[in-house]
Design a protein around this ligand. Structure first.
Ligand code: ADP
Ligand code: MG
Length: 328
């Protein structure tokens, strides 16, 4: 199923809905054969971007290139992309196998060949045993796999997934995300997965593209984005970071890189404002006299060696190498 060149690129892509600019001249080259998450808060333009790639929404300006050709004017079925929808959109009156085979039926493939191809796809998603059931006889997780098989039967170069896990309960969500990742590696095609969940993006993505307010704020590997956010927005949205305003500028630092010291022995003086026990760690929220809020995530055993209570005067310190200067 994999093709050598599935190289997807957005060139100054803009989406306007009347006066609303939902996507503002974004540029990005997706890494071939990799798992990319488009991450950002609700309303930042993720779904609009995905739907323009899929062809379910027109591009107001700019172009979308796949393997060197401009696909932005093509019908969805002619692009080499396939989309899996949030609500799965299965046909209630068709069996599992006929749901999966549907796009081949539209193409005029005979019933025997299309059921055979659909059977192969159901094997891929581990659903062979349920091929004669109707969608409402399946669990949410099983319906999702049918939707996946139905998208994959078109042999796309790029699979587009809009919040594919949001309808599942937390336990199933974690299991399904592992399956999505495994499937992407097996197929070797590109997956572009829209999510507003930072945990989901960190767990899944080879590359994270963080969007905010119609633009791309930062793109990089999950580790790069988490270790070195470049803007205050990314540092705050990705979680687990403090944004510090110091005499030399604005910096981010991971909460687990801020250490507690005795009062007047640190780089900043502070008071403990709140303590939260989190099992493996204790989260200590401190306020500085300048009213900065700083969180220090302390390993549980270390915290209880020198415990603190709200109101205590403490110092905060860190290794300078863990500070990352922010550009905005
Ligand atoms: P996200 O998926 O990140 O939540 P969307 O791409 O759905 O964001 O929406 C981006 C912006 O475009 C929002 O302000 C939203 O209200 C607006 N928008 C989305 N779809 C439409 C539409 N069909 N008509 C008008 N405005 C829309
Ligand atoms: Mg959306």
């Amino acid at each position: 199923m994999s093709k050598p060149m599935q190289d997807l690129e957005l060139v100054s892509v803009t989406k306007r809905y009347g006066p609303t600019v939902a996507v503002d001249a974004i540029n990005h080259r997706f890494k071939p054969s990799s798992y990319t998450c488009l991450l950002g808060p609700s309303g930042c333009g993720k779904s609009s971007t995905l739907r323009m790639i899929a062809g379910h929404e027109t591009v107001s300006d700019g172009s979308i290139l796949l393997s060197g050709r401009d696909i932005s004017g093509l019908a969805p079925a002619k692009r080499g992309t396939a989309m899996m929808f949030q609500n799965y959109a299965l046909f209630p009156h068709l069996s599992v196998v006929d749901n999966v085979a549907f796009s081949l039926k539209m193409k005029g493939v005979d019933v025997k060949s299309r059921r055979q191809k659909a059977g192969e796809m159901l094997e891929l998603v581990d659903l062979s045993a349920l091929s004669d059931r109707l969608p409402d006889q399946l669990s949410g997780g099983q319906q999702q796999r049918v939707a996946l098989a139905r998208a994959l039967i078109t042999r796309p170069e790029v699979l587009l997934l809009d919040e594919p896990l949001s309808a599942l309960d937390p336990f199933l969500r974690i299991r399904m995300r592992a399956e999505l990742k495994k499937l992407q590696k097996e197929l070797g095609i590109s997956f572009i997965h829209v999510t507003h969940g930072q945990d989901e993006a960190l767990a899944l993505a080879d590359e994270i593209v963080v969007m905010n307010d119609a633009v791309i704020e930062q793109a990089g590997t999950a580790r790069d984005v988490f270790n070195a956010p470049t803007t205050s927005f990314v540092a705050q949205f990705i979680g687990g970071h403090n944004v510090l305003t110091l005499p030399t500028g604005k910096f981010s630092i991971r909460t687990d890189a801020v250490e507690l010291t005795a009062a007047a022995k640190g780089k900043l003086n502070a008071h403990v404002a709140a303590i939260e026990y989190q099992g493996t760690h204790v989260s200590v929220l401190a306020h500085t006299p300048e009213n900065q809020e700083v969180t220090s995530l302390v390993a549980e055993a270390d915290f209880f060696t020198t415990p603190h209570s709200p109101g205590d005067a403490i110092g905060l310190t860190w290794d300078e190498a863990n500070l990352h200067q922010l550009t905005a």
